[in-house]
Design a protein around this ligand. Structure first.
Ligand code: AMP
Ligand code: MG
Length: 405
């Protein structure tokens, strides 16, 4: 099978991956980070009433014409209201209502004077300056009018959205259900951290690396298991879980060795192979097939290879299925600091640290099995096929390892 390009591989996967249709009705506080399955409109203007932005007196501007410290306007105080209460009184000429910040401006009043411009009078108040109509009054609907679309279907509930929805009195939201992903690592040589590791074995980085990365992207795998290099067993676990998940991810066993079991898994499950091998480095032996209408994506076992293909190949598919465009990787233009001295026969991704338009490259530790040098890195540098090496000052494209939770 010919190697296909990364974009082609993403397209094939998207072609067999359906966006989530099922919805859930959740309390607003449980909806943070979720994607809305319906539009939300304002049932009333915000604020719902003309509001006083300070502690003072509501009055008629006309009554303060010519007022000054020496010649104050004297008004009769006919009521006193706190925020949360409504005055039954109408402010007629020569009267005022004492009110506190957040209280509705009563009928008849057309402005508010701050108490520091008065004598704080309780029954009668002296106003020491002239006021303009509308002064110190927040209009009903200053923020938005009734009927305004506050949130569109498909938008994500972040902190600001939660504040807007709550302000509109919306305590429950209809959202798409979460994506369900099963994650398997394979390999007889792989041991669980915390357990003993016999000679020749290594600990399972990938299970934590990919689980952690999925969580950083707002996706909690419904299961994350390790299975050995036994095709029958791997097929059995995938078959047992497929009806409960939307996607299966695996690592290891996709190359051309005797224990590269994932090829047999495709046959055992009678899956439709979508591709094997993508023209990129590292992680090129990635294999994908469709099983019971769902994508199964088998990444290379090398931790950095698995990571690169999760970012560049799997993330766009996650974005499509979750209807969350922010889940797709974000690109930036950057100037190289340092260098990378290898020729790239195929498109290659290396780790780097992006800041202020520059990307700093680690001096060493670029191999696909090396994870330690990834510490502190925040992007993947996209090196085109045929590149002879990167030198200080070269312009490159980088993909940010942003988190969305
Ligand atoms: P494979 O893709 O199975 O040929 O594995 C490629 C390399 O990655 C081998 O050196 C494996 O030992 C290593 N590897 C496979 N799975 C893991 C894992 N879960 N964690 C760390 N290294 C792994
Ligand atoms: Mg293996």
């Amino acid at each position: 099978m010919e190697r296909i390009g990364l974009e082609e591989a993403v397209e094939r996967l998207i072609g067999v991956s359906a966006p989530i249709e099922e919805t859930r009705q959740l309390a607003l506080e449980d909806g943070l980070g979720r994607v809305l399955a319906q539009e939300y409109r304002a049932a009333f203007p915000q604020p719902p009433f003309n509001r006083s932005p300070l502690d003072g007196y509501a009055l008629r501007a006309k009554d303060t014409a010519g007022a000054s410290k020496d010649r104050p306007a004297v008004l009769k105080v006919i009521d006193k209201i706190m925020a949360g209460r409504v005055s039954e009184k109408t402010v007629l000429p020569g009267t005022a209502v004492r009110l506190m910040t957040g209280a509705p401006v009563p009928e008849g009043a057309d402005c508010v004077v701050g108490q520091e411009d008065t004598d704080y009078g309780e029954t009668c108040v002296r106003v020491y300056r002239e006021l303009r109509v509308h002064e110190n009054m927040v209009d009903a609907g200053e923020d938005y009018q009734a009927g305004t679309v506050l949130m569109e279907k498909g938008e994500r509930i972040d902190a600001v959205a939660a504040g807007i929805l709550a302000g509109a009195g919306i305590g429950e939201v209809k959202v798409y259900r979460r994506l369900r992903v099963a994650l398997f690592t394979t390999g007889d040589e792989v041991a669980a951290p915390g357990e003993s590791c016999e000679a020749g074995k290594i600990y399972d980085s990938n299970r934590y690396l990919l689980w952690g990365r999925l969580k950083e992207l707002g996706i909690e795998p419904v299961c994350w298991e390790h299975i050995g290099d036994e095709a029958e067993m791997a097929a059995e676990r995938i078959a047992a879980l497929i009806s409960e998940v939307d996607m299966v991810l695996t690592t290891g066993g996709v190359s051309v060795g005797e224990k590269d079991i994932m090829h047999d898994v495709v046959s055992i499950l009678n899956g439709d192979r979508l591709f094997w091998r993508v023209a990129l480095k590292p992680g090129s032996p990635v294999l994908a097939f469709r099983f019971q209408g769902k994508p199964v994506i088998c990444l290379s076992g090398n931790p950095f290879g698995a990571f690169v293909t999760l970012e560049m190949l799997v993330r766009p598919v996650l974005a499509h299925m979750t209807r969350e465009p922010r889940l797709a990787p974000v690109r930036r233009q950057a100037r190289v600091k340092g260098g990378f001295h290898k020729r790239s026969n195929v498109r290659r991704f290396i780790r780097g640290s992006f800041m202020d338009g520059c990307v700093v490259l680690p001096e060493e530790g670029h191999a696909s099995g090396v994870l330690f040098s990834m510490k502190g890195c925040n992007c993947l540098v996209d090196i085109p096929a045929g590149n002879e090496g990167l030198a200080d000052g070269d312009e490159v494209v980088v993909w940010l390892l942003s988190c969305i939770v």
